[in-house]
Write a protein that binds this ligand. Structure first.
Ligand SMILES: *Cc1c(COP(=O)(O)O)cnc(C)c1O
Length: 419
């Protein structure tokens, strides 16, 4: 877990006092440090590129804010998009179609056509998608998502590579699917698997890539298909807890590229990091609105609930918590940090040792750059919060907070109900 500088009891973030950001922009607010995203990109790109030609496709569902996409566009990243909305958002942020790979799952032909019409390559998730793509664009270059039968992830909900998940074409029928694609006129140039999100350890990656290399060689023999790239997906873990160790990208890169270079004649590897790129770039600042002490528990009530950050409630995820304006104070008791949503499951953190909280304190939630704002909602009719970007002490608003009017914007009341 990344640690932050302490300036006389005040947490510093990107060269700015966290509590002053909360004061100036209101809470809750997501605060992203531009430099951390740039560092993360360079670190993971270099880890792979030093072994072979590498393409980094940022999995933008982790955080699809336009300013974040601009930063990665400047760094030279490509994009992994899972919907037409993500494709269009990436293009709006300046990505050329040639830098986007689309991996939709269970998507209809209208969406496939819309993506293909924009000139974006499609990574087919099923035999049906191959058949339908061939009707839409018979000579398209494309790739195929394999279900490698090996999965990993920080919890079951995000394991996407196991045999019984909905993703990809089963490894044992993959060669036939490639054969069919060629028969239909398509031009397969890649093979893909994504095993899951936030896994630790190296083996699931190497196991999945070995499945891909076997298929790569098999389709060369059976169908004379020469692939240009092997895409190993994303899922690189990030430490969320203090002192937590995760397998570093360097080690994974070395092991994976070794397999590809030794086992196949493919010379380009693609990777799809989402979480790795943005997770530790962002903190969520929320204000303590209410302190409650009961016989069984103490609660810090805040103005951010699972509408703002759903990962703890949805996945049981750990996010580190600190009081930004009491950064050097000793812990005094244990608290559940909870939000304003009217559900028992609305918590950000449980049983955390923290300094004595007071209403008005600024609470910092760590590692809030991935699957955080992008999964936020307006549940309980609470508009989504704002996002700001800091860079060497400069601060810019990159998303204005929504208003209550925004909640009503697309709604209509039938005439007869107005009487
Ligand atoms: C979500 C996703 C990723 C990224 O996963 P992370 O754990 O954020 O790295 C990569 N590829 C595909 C196809 C995905 O759906």
């Amino acid at each position: 877990m990344r640690d932050f500088e302490n300036d006389g009891g005040h947490m510093m973030f990107g060269g700015v006092r966290a509590d002053s950001i909360a004061e100036r922009y209101g809470t809750p607010v997501y605060v992203t440090d531009e430099n951390i995203i740039r560092e993360n990109y360079k670190r993971i790109y270099n880890a792979f590129a030093k072994h072979m030609e590498a393409r980094v496709h940022y999995a933008c569902k982790a955080n699809s804010s336009l300013a974040v996409l601009r930063i990665l566009e400047q760094e030279g990243s490509c994009i992994d998009a899972v919907s037409i909305g993500e494709v269009m958002t990436a293009m709006r942020a300046g990505f050329d179609a040639s830098r986007i790979l689309y991996t939709g799952t269970s998507v209809g032909s209208a969406e496939l056509k819309a993506v293909a019409d924009l000139g974006v390559m499609i990574n087919a998730d099923s035999l049906s998608a191959i058949e339908r793509l061939a009707k839409i664009r018979p000579d398209a270059k494309m790739s195929v998502r394999i279900n490698p039968g090996v999965g990993a992830g920080h919890c079951d909900k995000v394991n996407t590579g196991a045999k019984d998940t909905k993703f990809g074409i089963p490894a044992d029928t993959a060669a036939d699917a490639y054969g069919r694609a060629v028969e239909l006129g398509l031009e397969p140039i890649g093979i893909h698997a994504h095993i899951g999100s936030g896994g630790q350890g190296i083996e699931p990656f190497t196991d999945a890539v070995s499945v891909l290399t076997e298929i790569t060689n098999r389709i060369k023999d059976d169908h004379d298909i020469d692939l240009e790239f092997i895409d190993m997906g994303g899922g690189f873990g990030v430490p969320y807890r203090p002192n937590e160790q995760v397998t570093d990208a360097e080690e994974i890169a070395e092991a994976v590229t070794d397999i590809i270079l030794n086992e196949t004649s493919v010379r380009t590897v693609a990777i799809e990091p989402g979480r790795y790129m943005v997770c530790d770039s962002t903190i969520l600042l929320t204000r303590c609105t209410d302190v409650k002490r009961t016989e069984v528990k103490n609660y810090i009530g805040t103005d951010a609930g699972f509408n703002t950050l759903i990962r703890p409630a949805f996945y049981g995820s750990y996010h580190h918590v600190a009081i930004a304006n009491k950064f050097n104070k000793a812990c005094e008791g244990k608290y559940d940090v909870v939000g304003p949503i009217c559900e028992t499951g609305d918590f950000l953190a449980r049983d955390r040792a923290l300094p004595m909280p007071e209403e008005g304190d600024v609470i910092a939630i760590y590692n809030a750059g991935a699957y955080s704002f992008s999964m936020s909602s307006t549940y309980n009719s609470r508009p989504r919060c704002s996002e700001v970007l800091v860079c060497d002490g400069k601060i810019d608003v990159i998303r204005e907070p929504e208003t209550t009017e925004d909640l009503w914007r697309h709604q209509k009341i039938p005439e007869r109900l107005l009487k």
